[in-house]
Each structure stands twice: as structure tokens, then as C-alpha cells.
Design a protein around this ligand. Structure first.
Ligand code: DGL
Length: 258
């Protein structure tokens, strides 16, 4: 699994719960985060390098635990990789559509994800009557990577981003970035119970299970699989966040060179 930074660990957490027997290798490209403000060409190049790193370790499947990379590079990775590749956009769309009563969906994500139109197009195609409002929220990833999850400045920034969505009556907020589930406690406090929050982490884990099963790749047995974390930059805050997020895991964090 890979992401630009520590955000994809939200998907790791969901996968660990659903498939505890599988061994996971996670690559966080913390030296080059964020991906969300880079050009599509650069995002594709980074995604290819991330995939190569993991393929060299002999993985049997690849999870692109990053919306920005999924939006831009999923098709080419699927063409180029010899193993099944799972992204987070389809699961995010599925999780959103699971609720029939959603009428007005707000989408927040990196500039790259929102500009790609991947979520907007997939949702419109599946449910043409749905009202969709997408807002790029590029300042949120740096807050998460800095582990400033309780900082008053974050609330201020989120408030600005959410205002246009709330003004037009959003009833569902799709968190189109794997970093954003870490903002859920604050979002819940700010939005109360009137807006449903959707993210792709658990649906992505379910997709991964179904795909491994269909391909006969699920690991049998009850023994817990290993978990390796590789970061291209081992900053103190990234490691602290990883340890907090994956509390209870025997974490091995290593430096990665791409
Ligand atoms: N976590 C990522 C995503 O889901 C990328 C954030 C970024 O690097 O800008 O889009």
C-alpha cells in the first residue's frame, strides 16, 4: 500500500481490522508529500516509483491508499503492474451511494483529486439526480502531516472550506483524501449530526478482501500478519502519528529510498 504520506495509514488501520492475517507493507512518501498540488504527470511518476518500490518487495496486490494517485495514476498502474491494483475512488463512490437518502453531496479533497473530476463523474454517472459540490481543500494535508489535529487554526481553515457547502444545504460530506479521516472528531464537533461523513477506508478494505478472495490470494490461517512501514522521510511527527494511529501494533518503521 502506498500514499504520499501518513494519510494512507487510515486505510492500513481498516485493512488490519478486516484482514488481520495478511502481511502489509506500507510506503509513505513523506519526503515528497503533498502530491495534491503537483501536476498529473508528476503524480503519475511518483505513483509509478512508489509501486516499483513495493513490487520489488514481492507484494501480491497493490493498494493505492491515496485519492490523488488513484484519480490520476490508477489506470496506468493497472496496465503496468503484474499484480491486482486497488484504488480508493471506487470504494469512496460506493460508500457514498450506499445511502439512498443522500441528496446533496459535498466532496473535499486535494486540488489534484478535485480537478481530475474523478469523484464528480463517477457519482453523476451512478446517480444523475444527485447534487454535487466539490471543493479543493489543499491546506488540510499539511495540518495532518504536522499532527496539528487539535490546533485552532485548523478549525478556522475547515470552517472557511465548509461554509459554501453548508450554505447550499449539503447533507453528506465525502472525505476524498485518505488524510481526512483523522479530522473526523473535529468535523463531527463542527457539523453536529446533520451531515453524514463518508470515507473510503473501510470500503477499500472490503474491496481488497473481495478481490483477493476472487483471485484465490487470501491468506489462510489465523496467525496475525506482519506490518512494515517505510517512510521516505522519517520525521518525528510522522512517526508519532503513525504510532498513535496504529496503537497496539508492533510497528517497524524504516527509511525508504526510492
Ligand atoms: N492522502 C492523499 C490523498 O488521498 C494525498 C494527499 C496529498 O499528498 O496531497 O489524496
Amino acid at each position: 500500500m502506498f500514499d504520499s504520506g501518513v494519510g494512507g495509514l487510515t486505510v492500513v488501520r481498516a485493512l488490519r481490522r478486516l484482514l488481520p492475517a495478511e502481511s502489509l507493507i506500507y510506503l509513505g512518501d513523506t519526503a515528497r508529500v503533498p502530491y495534491g498540488n503537483k501536476s498529473p504527470q508528476t503524480i503519475c511518476r511518483f505513483a509509478r516509483e512508489d509501486a516499483q518500490f513495493l513490487l520489488a518487495k514481492g507484494v501480491k496486490a497493490l493498494v493505492v491508499a491515496c485519492n490523488t494517485a488513484s484519480a490520476h495514476a490508477l489506470e496506468s498502474l493497472r496496465r503496468e503492474c503484474p499484480v491486482p491494483v486497488i484504488g480508493v475512488i471506487e470504494p469512496g463512490v460506493e460508500a457514498t451511494l450506499a445511502h439512498e437518502q443522500s441528496r446533496h453531496v459535498g466532496i473535499i479533497g486535494t486540488t489534484g483529486t478535485i480537478r481530475s473530476g474523478a469523484y464528480q463523474q463517477a457519482l453523476k454517472a451512478a446517480r444523475p439526480g444527485l447534487k454535487i459540490q466539490a471543493v479543493a481543500t489543499p491546506l488540510l494535508v499539511p495540518f495532518v502531516e504536522e499532527d496539528w489535529l487539535r490546533h485552532p487554526a485548523l478549525e478556522l481553515v475547515l470552517g472557511q472550506y465548509l461554509e459554501p457547502l453548508l450554505l447550499r444545504g449539503m447533507d453528506t460530506l465525502l472525505l476524498g483524501c485518505t488524510h481526512y479521516p483523522m479530522l473526523v472528531p473535529l468535523l463531527r464537533r463542527m457539523l453536529g449530526g446533520k451531515v453524514r461523513l463518508v470515507d473510503s477506508a473501510s470500503t477499500c478494505a472490503a474491496h481488497t478482501r473481495d478481490l483477493l478472495k476472487a483471485k484465490g490470494l487470501l491468506r489462510a490461517g489465523r496467525a496475525r500478519g506482519g506490518l512494515q512501514i517505510h517512510l521516505t522521510d522519517r520525521s518525528e511527527q510522522a512517526e508519532a502519528l503513525a504510532r498513535r494511529l496504529l496503537k497496539g501494533e508492533a510497528l517497524r518503521i524504516e527509511a525508504a529510498q526510492l
